[in-house]
Design a protein around this ligand. Structure first.
Ligand SMILES: [Fe+2]
Length: 264
């Protein structure tokens, strides 16, 4: 077994209109710029992770998501965020190369994709059923190392407004995590900023968005002028891993074509 290479893109917030902007950033070109930079520096990868808010409340954005990721020749593991539209997401992204939720085994690792969305709420919660699925996904592969992915942050980000819309039942989540010995990392989006911490032996990782960022440690909502970003992960067979947040440089954003697929 060899090292698995993954790249995480999160919170692209796409619209049906590819020129659509979120807080001044055109989200589709920003995503394509992030993909292009990752293809220049991180390829080849074994799989792509996208941890929610694929669209900005606009079901037509899934067609642009398909354009951006559908032709990269890699599986794209997705889970929903609070700005996704679940029925449209399932319909538009059903089938290869997209995988929505569940768990996936790659060599010595099991990737678990959780739905933490709560209808009508910006905050998140894991249902009893999802917690049971997490428990059985971890129990079902005790010899695999687990990477658990969700949209909402399960620990405080030290940002008062953002911590009101985190994972509501994080205590129940960590009770399941703590009942197993094979979880190596928990990975999320939603926070539009970096986070790198520990819960006992489990690494906790939050990743900035491919579009606009939130100012860390802010009591009230504020935009951070930092650029789009993505995260690389190299998962080793022994359960150790290496990860890095990569900020997209302006030149890559200017070079980005209208579609990642057009440059494939
Ligand atoms: Fe988001």
């Amino acid at each position: 077994m060899s090292v698995l290479r993954l790249v995480q893109f999160t919170d692209p917030h796409l619209y049906g209109d590819e020129a659509g902007t979120l807080r001044g950033v055109a989200t589709y070109p920003a995503l394509v710029g992030a993909i292009e930079q990752a293809r220049s520096h991180a390829w080849p990868v074994d799989a792509i992770l996208v941890t929610g808010d694929l669209v900005q409340d606009d079901p037509a954005g899934y067609a642009n998501f398909r354009r951006a990721f559908g032709c990269l020749g890699k599986p794209v593991y997705c889970l929903p965020g609070n700005h996704d539209v679940p029925d449209d997401m399932r319909r538009e992204l059903g089938g290869h190369p997209f995988v929505l939720g569940g768990s996936v085994d790659l060599d010595a690792w099991r990737i678990v994709l959780l739905d933490s969305t709560l209808p009508g709420s910006a905050g998140g919660r894991l249902s009893d059923r999802t917690l049971a699925e997490l428990d059985s996904a971890l129990a079902g592969a005790p010899d695999r190392h687990a990477l658990v992915c969700l949209h909402h942050h399960p620990v405080a980000m030290s940002s008062r407004w953002l911590d009101r819309v985190g994972l509501d039942n994080a205590d129940e989540f960590f009770r399941v995590i703590d009942a197993h010995r094979n979880v190596r990392a928990v990975l999320w989006g939603h926070v539009h900023q970096c986070f790198d911490g520990l819960h006992r032996h489990v690494r906790l990782l939050g990743t900035p968005s491919t579009c606009t960022q939130f100012l860390p440690y802010a009591d009230e909502f504020a935009v951070d002028p930092r650029p789009p970003a993505y995260r690389t992960l190299e998962l080793r067979p022994d359960g150790t891993f290496r990860t890095e947040v990569v900020w997209v440089d302006e030149a890559a954003r200017r070079r980005a074509p209208h579609s990642a697929c057009s440059a494939a």
